[in-house]
Unconditional design. Sequence first.
Length: 262
Amino acid sequence: MTKSKRLFLLLFFLGSFIAAAQNEGKIKVLNYATSHLTNTSDAYSSYVDVNNPEVQKDISRIVDQLVEFKPTIICVEIVPGEDEATNRTYQAYIKDQSNRVNYSEEINVIAFEVGRQVGVEKVYGIDAHIGFNYPKLMEMAKKQDASSAFLEESIKSVEWINDQPLLKQFAFYNSDEFKSETFNFYNFLATMQTPGNNEGAEIISDFYERNLSMYANLSAIPLEKEDRVLILLGGTHTAYFDIFLKHNPKYELIDATEYTDF
């Protein structure tokens, strides 16, 4: 072995040791983006038939990946006020998988199933219902000639990914590329305004408040350092949560792409 190779290996293992030491005692969080499979108010969403055998096969592969993380806490896009009803259904689901909550289907087929397989005792809702006038911003953007090309490309991109096979959707929504694109798009919408007004910034601040409120709901969950938290949210919320979690020394943010090895 050459001297340079030995030095490289030494630096590699030293870096790994330092990283492990820095993360010791932190709560591991897998912030995982999901397609909303059904029942969503999103302007653009993916609909799949979860009873289709091919779709079920894909969902099983997603579940298998998340089971490897071995979460002890699972958080979903339901408001905390629904926790009692959600967990009654979850406990029933553990015994009989025909039980369902009447929310987006990913909660049933992914969150509940991962929880059942690893023995999670309770599922936590962390959503916050705060109004967000997305249609007004889109209407303003369509009227601005300078924005039309960017808007059209952004919509085509979202429509394209929603037409892709489910596994490809999940891989994309958990990528840095998607997170960068979604930040850029929402920042673009924040610039929509009429002379002398800042309508776009005001409306986007409502969405930002929603994400911060969801983060506050996560922070209210009693956690131990041994806990492993799986957060299952729509892609844009996940992008915001990445930022919040990266800057909180309490958490070790796990690379979600490690769990999209399909």
